[in-house]
Design a protein around this ligand. Structure first.
Ligand SMILES: C[S@@+](CC[C@H](N)C(=O)[O-])C[C@H]1O[C@@H](n2cnc3c(N)ncnc32)[C@H](O)[C@@H]1O
Length: 325
């Protein structure tokens, strides 16, 4: 895979990994898997018609290209449904869809973890276990479907997977899985954008938490609203999103990853607070957001300590800023 990277991509990987102080191991994983230039590289391979096998989870990351001759012949959505339906056989569509989004999420998650670590191996095992239920042709259909999701997200970012999930009537009634239509999510994002702009002006980025996030319609809409207001969601937004349903976690993880939005996605019951999984998105890892968030928490904590006036004192809060200097 490393050999498949062009010189510009290699230079990009090296430059970025040194700039954000990635550990050698993680940088190596990136260089080996081409994860950092994943979409561009895989699109290039598709264009060149390379049929070289990719090992394990890297295989599902093969995505299509904007200029594919397939494009335009059939709407992306209809084509994705057709591909998934062709994979059903004796399986139900819900199982095929869950397997599809889980494999995509596992592959993307493993691209930004230390290759060979216990967690990486466990995810790779899970990926291979799911892949083992499908033939080579069926796996190729998943690859093609992910390529189409990627190009749909690129053409017009929206809740591609959530819309598919609803249109295929896969929502679980018991969990209240009725996802918000994307135009409503856009409206809600527009209503929140002023407070997001304010947060960015004050803290340098907006830190947003969404419990029961579903496939992430609202977060996708918010990222697009930020762009319309001259902000960059790839550097000025951090999302923490939670949902109890595994497929919701996988869908939002894939979508935020494709938009390169820094995020931590958790599978968690927001009522009992029982936690199952917590995955940082590639933009979180690459952007050093763990450190950024710790620093922001420390700054905000100090700000509160300093600005809160002790009981009975007559000092003005602004004096505290002097202390801070
Ligand atoms: C009505 S949907 C809303 C999803 C998303 N916020 C949207 O607007 O599209 C409710 C979501 O809550 C999730 N959910 C249900 N019970 C939950 C719980 N106890 N903890 C976390 N998430 C839960 C479901 O899986 C579902 O994705």
């Amino acid at each position: 895979m490393c050999e498949a990277l062009d010189a510009a991509s290699k230079a990009e990987v090296e430059e970025i990994s040194s700039r954000i102080e990635l550990s050698d191991e993680i940088a190596l994983t990136f260089i080996r898997d081409g994860a950092l230039v994943l979409l561009r590289e895989q699109a290039r391979r598709k264009l060149l018609g390379s049929d070289e096998e990719l090992p394990g989870s890297a295989a599902v990351l093969t995505v299509g290209s904007k200029s594919s001759p397939e494009r335009g012949r059939m709407s992306g959505y209809r084509e994705i449904v057709k591909l998934l339906a062709a994979n059903t056989g004796a399986k139900r569509m819900s199982e095929v869809f869950d397997n599809f989004v889980e494999m995509a999420a596992l592959a993307l998650r493993n691209a930004v973890d230390v290759r060979g670590s216990e967690a990486w191996e466990a995810r790779e095992g899970q990926y291979l276990q799911i892949a083992g239920r499908y033939s080579r042709t069926e796996l190729d259909r998943f690859v093609h479907a992910l390529a189409l999701v990627t190009t749909e997200m690129e053409r017009e970012p929206c809740d591609v997977l959530g819309r598919l999930y609803m249109e295929l009537e896969l929502g679980n009634e018991r969990l209240g899985q009725y996802y918000t239509p994307y135009d409503i999510a856009q409206l809600m994002a527009e209503m929140q954008i002023d407070s997001v702009v304010e947060q960015v002006q004050r803290d340098g980025f907006a830190n947003v938490y969404e419990p029961s996030c579903g496939a992430g319609a609202f977060m996708v809409a918010l990222s697009q609203a930020m762009l319309e207001h001259g902000l960059n969601p790839q550097t000025q937004l951090h999302v923490t999103a939670e949902d109890i349903a595994p497929q919701a976690m996988h869908m939002i993880y894939v979508q935020l990853t494709l938009l390169h939005i820094p995020a931590v996605v958790r599978r968690r019951d927001v009522l009992t607070l029982e936690a199952f999984k917590s995955w940082p998105a590639p933009a979180h890892v690459l952007g050093g957001w763990g450190r950024k968030l710790r620093l922001a928490r420390a700054v905000n904590g100090s700000r509160r300590l300093i600005i809160t006036m002790p009981q009975g004192t007559t000092e003005k809060p602004t004096d505290a800023l002097e202390v801070q200097r």
